[in-house]
Design a protein around this ligand. Structure first.
Ligand code: SF4
Length: 237
């Protein structure tokens, strides 16, 4: 008799119908395990100052951190600060960031943000959500990454593709919109944990709970995960 094919158990929550109590229970069980797995998580992007992290985060849209980390050393050697970046020749900038994808739009955002930082904020990256959101190419995710990692300010939770997927699989949010997911997570976690919660979910998504092949058999969260894949049933010989 052939082994049964692995089947994904349906997440036992209807979209939009997750009771707060259920999400809270999930979070209270899962959060200590995530902290045990990733006690001191760090941002996957290399940076030495807020400006470098801002630019690296803009580049990381639809691109891996590993790829961005390959691009930024040469980029920051050529354009080391907002003033230099604001004066960059667009074709040269596009060539330097080409491998990050969407290089035309990203170059526009980088140039626009650098110019605004120079012209309106004295050459310093702003450290508030409201002002960061005024910079071209900066939405809540980028602003939360910069505030949390460069300034140590927990103002939001960066929700990327990993956080979106893990929040759904673990029963922490039934929403699909990143802003709503962020609000759900902010309601669950204490403010001082917001930045690290995002890191922990991202690292777990990268290392274990991959999009196409979640490795449930190796996952410490599996006993508490409503989305775990049912193990293979191997018949006795
Ligand atoms: S790897 Fe499996 S058990 Fe672990 S969080 Fe992802 S879906 Fe759940």
């Amino acid at each position: 008799m052939a082994a049964k094919q692995p089947a994904r158990k349906p997440v036992p929550f209807e979209p939009g119908g997750l009771p707060d109590a259920a999400a809270r229970h999930q979070f209270e069980v899962i959060d200590p395990l995530l902290k045990k797995l990733y006690p001191a998580p760090r941002c996957g992007l290399d940076f030495e100052n807020p400006f470098q992290l801002l630019i690296a985060t803009i580049l990381s849209a639809q691109c891996t951190d590993v790829r961005v980390n390959m691009i930024t050393p040469a980029l920051f050697a050529r354009f080391p600060d907002p003033a230099a970046m604001a004066e960059a020749d667009p074709p040269e900038l596009e060539k330097l960031i080409y491998t990050a994808g969407f290089y035309h739009n990203k170059a526009k955002s980088i140039l626009g943000a650098s110019k605004m930082i120079v012209q309106q904020y004295g050459g310093e990256v702003p450290n508030t959500m409201a002002v960061l959101l005024k910079l071209p190419g900066v939405a809540r995710k980028t602003a939360s990454v910069v505030l949390g990692n460069a300034f140590g300010i927990n103002e939001g939770i960066a929700v990327d593709t990993h956080v979106t997927r893990l929040s759904a699989r673990l029963g922490l949010s039934t929403n699909t919109d990143p802003v709503k997911i962020e609000r759900d997570l902010m309601a669950l976690a204490p403010r001082e944990d917001w930045t690290n919660l995002s890191h922990r979910l991202i690292w777990h998504g990268r290392l274990i709970c991959e999009a196409k092949r979640p490795r449930c058999e190796k996952c410490l969260l599996a006993p508490h995960c409503p989305s775990r894949i049912t193990p293979l049933v191997i018949p006795a010989p």
